[in-house]
Design a protein around this ligand. Structure first.
Ligand code: BGC
Length: 374
């Protein structure tokens, strides 16, 4: 019992439909054990129709209930009900991703004259921090309540050399649910040796409800005039290509499925969308990155971030073989908007740097806000 004052049965927090029933706050319940270490499930409720459940195993968001215009809640996050299922097999459902979200080409990079070898866990390339990235470790966790928001502070110290990365990295991630139906994520990190850092969140959303079908009818706006084209292994070529005139132009609201099977080399490489978009606007400033609207349920997701890029992934590798929460996850049944620096930045001189040095603080903020069309 880490936080006795906040302990309560998680079962009290939502009825069968997921419509939250309890007062605003954070509740904590046991969620099982990983290698003998107990992990918890935290339930954040805002009393305004939203409830988010997360575990300190991998910082995974397991459930995210958002209301439609009539106040009907749906769980819009793909995932599982139990820890055992996350341990068994998960394509980063809801995970916190690090030390480096996305790919590093050839699973190696050079920094200050030294070459570092990483796990080649995605063909010849390195993906999402390696074999045991931040999505698979147990984080320290502490719930908090503040005026207008409540949440959980997660902390993890990644040892020097972990997964091949240099430097002890001290990471803190704050998840908060506001009274305005915003899910705010703040990332902080410091290091004792220069190291690449690129943290992100990997929730797969389906605004009609997880397991309700594909997301091809959702309409997306992406405030990105350019994207980073990739090779067959999804490693950026180094170019920044204008989206104008391509299936990657989402500068006006467009159905995700409208051009997802277009005869286009980049679409072929991703098997659909699996690309980093270079966001318009100043680096480091909080800016509107994306809006997704589901015309059927009317639910709307807005994404703001301080990051220069966002990986738009349409669940092309889901194939119905994974099921959770009583539903199965078919191809393109969820989309991810992973705010981040560009893939393979440690090997791409021209991309914004992802190198954190001793004395500096990595700071990044992303906000997923939920709304509903009348
Ligand atoms: C990557 C995909 C990958 C998925 C799950 C995304 O961030 O871009 O290629 O399949 O994560 O690992």
């Amino acid at each position: 019992m880490l936080f006795p004052l906040l302990m309560a049965s998680c079962a009290d927090s939502a009825d069968e439909t997921g419509a939250e029933a309890s007062a605003p706050g954070v509740q904590v319940a046991p969620f099982g054990e990983v290698d003998g270490v107990p992990v918890e499930l935290f339930t954040m409720t805002n009393g305004r129709g939203m409830e988010i459940r997360l575990t300190n195993y991998g910082g995974v968001v397991t459930h995210l209930f958002a209301p439609d215009a009539e106040g009907r809640a749906a769980d819009v996050a793909l995932g599982y009900d139990t820890l055992a299922e996350y341990l068994e097999s998960s394509p980063y459902f809801g995970s916190l991703v690090g030390r480096y979200g996305n790919r590093i080409g050839g699973a190696s990079f050079s920094l200050d004259g030294e070459t570092f070898a990483l796990a080649a866990n995605n063909g010849p390339n390195h993906l999402h921090g390696g074999e045991r990235g931040f999505d698979k470790v147990v984080w320290e966790a502490e719930p908090f309540e503040e005026a207008g928001r409540r949440g959980v502070r997660l902390a993890y110290v990644s040892p020097d050399g972990e997964e091949g990365y240099p430097g002890t990295l001290d990471v803190e991630v704050t998840y908060a649910l506001t009274d305005e139906n915003a899910f705010e994520i703040d990332y902080r990190a410091t290091t004792d040796k220069a190291t690449p850092v690129n943290l992100t969140q990997h929730t797969y959303f389906n605004l009609a409800g997880a397991g309700s079908g594909d997301i091809l009818g959702h309409e997306l706006t992406l405030h990105a005039d350019r994207f980073t084209p990739v090779d067959e292994g999804l490693i950026p070529t180094g170019a920044l290509q204008p989206v104008a005139g391509t299936p990657f132009d989402f500068t006006e609201p467009t159905a995700i499925g409208a051009r997802i099977d277009a005869d286009d080399t980049q679409i072929a490489h991703g098997g659909g969308y699996d690309h980093n978009f270079a966001l318009n606007g100043a680096a480091g400033m909080l800016k509107h990155a994306a809006r997704v609207t589901d015309p059927l349920s009317g639910r709307v997701l807005d994404v703001h971030t301080t990051e220069p890029g966002v990986q738009f992934y349409t669940g092309n590798f889901l194939d119905g073989s994974l099921s959770g929460k009583g539903v199965s996850y078919g191809k393109r049944s969820g989309f991810c908007l992973e705010t981040q620096h560009f893939p393979d930045s440690p090997n791409q001189e021209a991309f914004p740097s992802t190198i954190l040095r001793p004395g500096e603080t990595y700071a990044s903020r992303t906000i997923y806000s939920f709304d509903a069309l009348p």
